[in-house]
Ligand binder design. Sequence first.
Ligand SMILES: Nc1ncnc2c1ncn2[C@@H]1O[C@H](COP(=O)(O)OP(=O)(O)OP(=O)(O)O)[C@@H](O)[C@H]1O
Ligand SMILES: [Mg+2]
Length: 321
Amino acid sequence: MKKIITLTVNPAIDKSTSVAGIQPNSKLRCEVPIYEPGGGGINVSRVINELGGISLCMYMAGGPAGNHLRDMLVDLEILQQVIPIAGWVRENLAVTDTVNNQQYRFGMPGPLVNEYEWKNTLRQLESVLSEGDLLVASGSLCPGMPVDFFAQVSKIAKKEKAKLILDTSGKALIKGAQAGVYLLKPNLGELATLCGVKTISFLDVESVAKDFIRNNPCEVLVISLGSQGALLVTNEVFEYVAAPIVYQKSTIGAGDSMVAGMVFALAHGKSMTDMVKYGVACGTAATMTEGTQLCKKKDVEELNEWIVSNTDATTKMKIKA
Ligand SMILES: Nc1ncnc2c1ncn2[C@@H]1O[C@H](COP(=O)(O)OP(=O)(O)OP(=O)(O)O)[C@@H](O)[C@H]1O
Ligand SMILES: [Mg+2]
């Protein structure tokens, strides 16, 4: 199995609780909170762990919340490399109102990071990477970090002959993609950002995606389509993988679970098509769990078996290259 490294520069502690009725200007007595490690790459490492794989989870962290995050990952037996920073790891809050069963999610921006700290992250990354490794850079940047940070990650990956999988958004995604990536997994909104357009309709996605892959230093493009599944696009292939219909509880973590599944499959030498099928199985499995919970291995295996054995359903919808 190939070595997998995940990089999270803006990790989080996700705190969730519930309360009976959210009212302004009154004391809301919440239930005992649940704490979970969060942030793109950290979620990817958690899913790889659930699937029975190993990854090195690298992340920038500081403060008491940073220590809490480290302890939670130790409990999960995830291999980790903490890059120390002065600022505190952010804590996000999700509160479910049990009266109307609505969830309110409050996301924090992350600590201010200085130049020494982010450059130190790049240095540590360089010393860890070696030829053939799969590097997943996922999630947002922290305040104070340059918008071309993932472009600098790309340069290091290229120099060390590692394969970069990038899952981020906005300008950081554009800069990273321009510098060169092995695999990108945008949703339709992120693909629109990458292509400099407002929206992309299902009717246009084929030509837009083919143009993108022809004109950008990206080998594999997997466009995730939520409940519709995903598209695999390379210079040779244009394929559609449908997502099975499941009883859905929460779509939180679907994207990270999908990326984790694809990287896990790549590490095991699977074909591109099988990689996307496994990714869709993981993404869809994540929608079957409550709240911020990620996918469960048992669900992934059942869904993957269904997707693989219903190839007819998939190929019927395959769009010709
Ligand atoms: N409602 C759903 N039903 C079935 N599968 C789903 C659903 N939503 C997502 N998935 C699965 O998860 C994969 C990734 O979902 P999506 O396209 O929403 O990614 P994303 O926008 O990156 O998500 P995130 O908000 O977690 O970053 C899809 O390709 C699909 O396999
Ligand atoms: Mg996403």
